[in-house]
Design a protein around this ligand. Structure first.
Ligand code: C2E
Ligand code: MG
Ligand code: MG
Length: 634
């Protein structure tokens, strides 16, 4: 459109320049003609005057012809030749003026021009005729006329101006040509940039895939064509697992490379009719056509998962990333873009819940779940606003002395509507919403204040363990938060123990070590919580500056009867001790478990057998019983 306009304008400019050049040349030729005529008229008048004075017209005319090559004829009132450059013509009546111009000039005394045609000059001779008077001066009626051929004069003027005319002509034509070339180039450039703009508007710059706008257009077109046909279209919503971690650990450049590579890999899994778009971040969506059955859709999803899960190489480092896929099928899971996308998203969320690196088909129950999830999330936000939270403390018992030598701070939510809500349920929501960061900071400060308060109340200092979630661990401000909380509460750093999970160590290994070192530099202790449930091996632990491992309660639950759990627990304790780590058993519920663990060298117990998590005032009572009355718990 724009290109057409530019081309039309260029063409107009081209034509204008040509016309302008021609006009300039035409005006110049006109002025040459006028100049030649003026010159000829003056000369003819001079001749008329001169002959009247000399009385020998023929001699005069012939002299002029010899001198200047001017063809002059002098006639009397009846146009009879009185003198002629060609002496043979003298005495003959002049009849070369087809419009009787000579006769008219003799009648009215006005100068005229005409073109004489004869056999010798088929191109015509331009003639000027002026009246002649007997006295030379223009007094009385003309007594004849002088006819002067001025083709030569015109030619001389023309020759003099030719270079100029030539210059104007060539310059004009060149300008016009340049205009048209530049114009067409501009038109092409505009077309190219218009195409670029179009591309940018509908494509993702990083991966070159379609963007959300393009996706929306394609899907809607596909849906129009589907016309109710079952399975004509399916939407696969693909989200990378823990992409944020990769971005944070390896940097954005590596993250971008990864996204590009993922785009290529997904594309390679598709049929010709399918299409893939990047919606932003680490979200991709595939529109699959004509895969009517769940089987072929499952196959496609598996193919994509396998392609994404292949190892990547950046900076000589190998790493893997997985994806979760949600599938919504037209028309049963949605008849329009909005429904299909919403339900594919819900299914994707389900795939994540199911442990990531998998896919899920949308089902109506999922929707129910997601509605519940949203309601729960809003209740949680409300609870944060109203601060429906408080902290309970669960004692940790020294296995050798039987004394409480520490507690773990555990967050509690008592809601006026929902009652008490388990952290197992709300901590993940706090994570997802990011609210765990301020909430966790509050827990840390409150726990430290409580520990200091007990000391001020005259109790022996005990250790205080506080849980850190992955999101808090990833938070830039963590180190500074801990430092300032220690400073403002005045808590002895050696009494604070932060509990992190194995997965946090594995996902961000490089950064984790640095951060852990820095935290330890503050003088605090570090514990690995729920040990044994993650993927890290004990030997891996050597790399991390930690003080304590907490054996997950799933290994303790069936002790001492379950031989497998026995073997695992024994091994963990033995290796922990060999690494000089403090080993804590979580979820100790029976005397048998405690005995088994003590016999195998476990350092600390934590569990319902001794005490559940209780309010601070109860901890005070327990500690006072222990100090004043010497009561032992283990
Ligand atoms: P955790 O850090 O492993 O905490 C121990 C959990 O085991 C607590 O559950 C505790 O009540 C429970 N427990 C202790 N002894 C026994 C026992 O003998 N038997 C059984 N069956 N369970 C026992 P709780 O309080 O429900 O907390 C669950 C998880 O929520 C915690 O696991 C921790 O990961 C997280 N959490 C709790 N408070 C916080 C917090 O302030 N911040 C963060 N980030 N996470 C927290
Ligand atoms: Mg814990
Ligand atoms: Mg635990």
């Amino acid at each position: 459109m724009v290109r057409r306009r530019i081309q039309a304008a260029t063409l107009a400019a081209f034509v204008f320049m040509l016309v302008y050049t021609c006009s300039v040349i035409y005006v110049q030729l006109q002025s040459i003609e006028r100049g030649a005529q003026t010159e000829a008229r003056n000369l003819a008048r001079a001749v008329a005057y001169g002959t009247a004075l000399t009385g020998d017209p023929q001699g005069y005319v012939q002299g002029l012809d010899e001198l200047y090559k001017r063809d002059i004829v002098i006639v009397d009132t009846r146009k009879k030749g009185l003198a002629d450059a060609d002496p043979d013509e003298v005495g003959m009546t002049y009849d070369h003026d087809s419009g009787n111009e000579v006769g008219l000039t003799i009648l009215d005394g006005k100068a005229r021009t005409f073109v004489e045609q004869n056999e010798r000059h088929p191109e015509g001779l331009t003639q000027m005729v002026v009246p002649a008077f007997s006295q030379g001066m223009a007094v009385g009626a003309p007594t004849g006329a002088v006819i002067l051929e001025y083709t030569g004069i015109r030619q001389e003027l023309l020759d003099a101006a030719l270079a100029h005319i030539y210059l104007v002509g060539v310059a004009g034509v060149l300008c016009a040509l340049a205009t048209i070339i530049l114009g067409f180039q501009l038109g092409n450039a505009v077309k190219a940039s218009a195409q670029k703009i179009h591309h940018l508007a509908f494509h993702d710059e990083l991966t070159g895939l379609s963007n959300r706008a393009m996706f929306s257009t394609s899907l809607n077109e596909g849906l129009k064509g589907a016309n109710g046909l079952p399975g004509a279209i399916a939407v696969l919503f693909i989200d990378l697992d823990r992409f944020k971690n990769i971005n944070d650990t390896l940097g954005h450049a590596a993250g971008d490379l990864l996204l590009k590579e993922v785009a290529v890999r997904i594309t390679s899994c598709l049929h010709s009719g399918d299409s893939v778009a990047r919606l932003g971040g680490d979200e991709f969506v595939v529109i699959a056509h004509g895969r009517s059955d769940a089987d072929s859709l499952s196959q496609l999803a598996k193919k994509v998962l396998a392609a994404v899960a292949q190892p990547f190489n950046t900076h000589g480092q190998e790493f893997r990333v997985t994806a979760s896929i949600g599938i919504a099928v037209y028309p049963e899971d949605g008849e329009d873009e909005q429904m299909l996308m919403r339900n594919a998203d819900i299914a994707m969320y389900q795939a994540k819940q199911d442990g990531k690196n998998g896919f899920a088909f949308y089902s109506a129950e999922m929707n129910q779940h997601s509605v519940e999830r949203l309601a729960f999330e809003s209740s949680f936000r409300h609870a944060v606003d109203r601060m429906y939270f408080h902290i309970h403390y669960q004692p940790k018992i020294d296995s050798r002395t039987g004394r409480i030598d520490g507690v773990e701070a555990l967050l509690r939510w008592d809601d006026p509507d929902l009652g008490s809500v388990s952290p197992v349920k709300f901590i993940p929501v706090a994570e997802e919403t990011g609210l765990i960061v301020p909430l966790g900071r509050w827990v840390l400060r409150s726990a430290c204040e409580q520990q200091v308060a007990w000391v001020k109340q005259g109790l022996h200092p005990i250790s205080m363990a506080v849980n850190l979630s992955p999101r808090q661990f990833a938070d830039e401000g963590l180190l500074e938060d801990v430092r300032s909380i220690l400073a403002t509460t005045g808590m002895a750093p050696g009494c604070l123990e932060l509990e992190i999970t194995e997965s946090m160590l594995i996902q961000e290994a490089g950064r984790a070590v640095e951060l852990l070192e820095a935290l330890r530099g503050l003088g605090i202790r570090l514990a690995v919580d729920d040990f044994g449930t993650g993927y890290s091996s004990l030997s891996n632990l050597k790399r991390f500056p930690v003080d304590t491992i907490k054996v997950d309660r799933s290994f303790i639950r069936e002790l001492p009867d379950n031989s497998e759990d026995r073997a695992i627990t024994e091994a963990i304790i033995a290796m922990g001790r060999s690494l000089s780590l403090n080993v804590v058993a979580e979820g100790v519920e029976t005397r048998e478990q405690a005995t088994f663990l003590r016999e195998h060298g476990c350092d600390q117990f934590q569990g319902f057998y001794f005490s559940k998590a209780v309010p601070a005032a109860e901890i005070y009572n327990l500690l006072e019983d222990q100090e004043v009355r010497g009561i032992k718990f283990g």
